[in-house]
Design a protein around this ligand. Structure first.
Ligand code: PLP
Length: 372
């Protein structure tokens, strides 16, 4: 049996009863869009995340786009981001008509504040920074916020991978910032389908976000903004409240336990986990390791032949995607040396809440058994 990146059948066995009870409740209620289930989930998540406003939307990409649009990011505005992320990050910027500016990441794969500083020297008109909390780790928000403050820019956190991440006192959407979450099934808090949310502090901005997710409607038949159709379903909201959110703390504990086992157990000098100052600080959405770029294919083949399914996050940088390069020359600051290193060297090991101890041991044995 192959150790997989996810085993949703085990999750279903665990959650089935709570899930089906939620489905029955919504079905019987006769109310399927923007009702009390969405409101109840938003309140529960706001409590969990310690933010005043949560707006449930259709997916993580829309959450980020709505965040930009709420604060007036529009055609031609420059938004600084990382080149190393799910393409949805760049796409959410492009969909507002704004122009992504890419600069390098640090040794952990996160937007590098020093590279970001250079980006502002080259492009003083950057209006926003969109760091991505990649792999579950929180970006250096103190440094990035200080930089943004010096330049009158705003910061939007792409926290699709990072619910539960912390750096000391700083968590997702701390410091009054907006953050976006995704409930894509593989994420730390997933649904059986698509979903997402915006974490917000300002009540007026929260109101605009609520309007934007629902055709830009201010009241019935009155549309004050060209909005989206990006609502979280009552069904998904109910299953999040009943089946998934109550398990999130336990799931994060398991992810951290597996991360510790990997960090302690992996002794192969040819396989390098990322630097980690605080195991409890990451949400451990993924467990990335770095190998020599010319040996990556061999490493992945070796894992597969030892019944371990590897992943890649991400082999192609966002500014190198054809959806970008076919239309314009991307604005890139500096050499993206670290980002390219990740694109060529990173391999993700299985880490998820239903991974068993024997499977963790099997992954460690496979990694340590590779001769490099
Ligand atoms: C998954 C993900 C997204 C997109 O979320 P969807 O819900 O799939 O739209 C955006 N950014 C990052 C970093 C992600 O991992």
């Amino acid at each position: 049996m192959t150790v997989l990146a996810n085993t949703f059948d085990r999750q279903w066995q665990d959650c089935e009863q709570d899930y089906l009870a939620a489905v029955k409740r919504v079905g019987a209620s006769g109310w399927y869009i923007l009702g009390q289930e969405v409101s109840a989930f938003e309140a529960a998540l706001a409590d969990w995340c310690k933010v005043p406003h949560v707006i449930g939307v259709a997916n993580g990409m829309d959450a980020l786009e709505i965040a930009f649009r709420v604060s007036g990011i529009s055609a031609g505005d420059k938004v600084l981001t990382t080149p190393l992320s799910a393409f949805a990050t760049a796409l959410s910027i492009l969909r507002t008509g704004a122009v992504p500016v890419y600069c390098d990441v640090d040794a952990a794969g996160l937007l590098d504040p020093e590279a970001a500083e250079h980006a502002f020297e080259e492009h003083p008109d950057i209006r926003a920074i969109a760091p991505v909390h990649l792999y579950g780790q929180l970006s250096d928000m103190d440094a990035l916020q200080a930089l943004a403050d010096r330049h009158g820019a705003r910061v939007f956190e792409d926290a699709a991978q990072a619910i539960g991440a912390r750096r000391g006192d700083v968590g997702v959407a701390s410091g009054g910032r907006m953050a976006s979450l995704s409930f894509y099934p593989t994420k730390n808090l997933g649904v059986i389908g698509d979903g997402g949310a915006l974490l917000m502090h300002d009540p007026d901005e929260a109101e605009i976000a609520r309007s934007l997710r629902n055709y830009g409607q201010a009241e019935r038949y009155v549309h004050t903004r060209p909005g989206l159709n990006s609502r979280l379903d009552e069904l998904h909201a109910a299953t999040l409240t009943d089946a998934f959110l109550p398990r999130l703390n336990g799931w994060l504990d398991v992810r951290r336990k597996i991360a510790r086992a990997y960090l302690d157990g992996i002794t192969n000098a040819a396989v390098t986990p990322l630097p980690c100052a605080d195991i409890a600080g990451s949400g451990w959405h993924l467990f990335p390791v770095l190998v020599a770029p010319e040996r990556r294919d061999a490493f992945m083949d070796f894992l597969k032949s030892n019944d371990v399914a590897p992943g890649l996050h991400y082999p192609v940088l966002m500014p190198d995607q054809r959806a970008v390069t076919d239309h314009a020359t991307p604005l890139v600051v500096g050499e993206l040396t670290q980002a390219h290193r990740f694109a060529q060297s990173e391999v993700s090991l299985p880490i998820h809440p239903y991974l068993r101890d024997d499977e963790v041991a099997k992954v460690i044995d496979a990694v340590n058994g590779w001769t490099g």
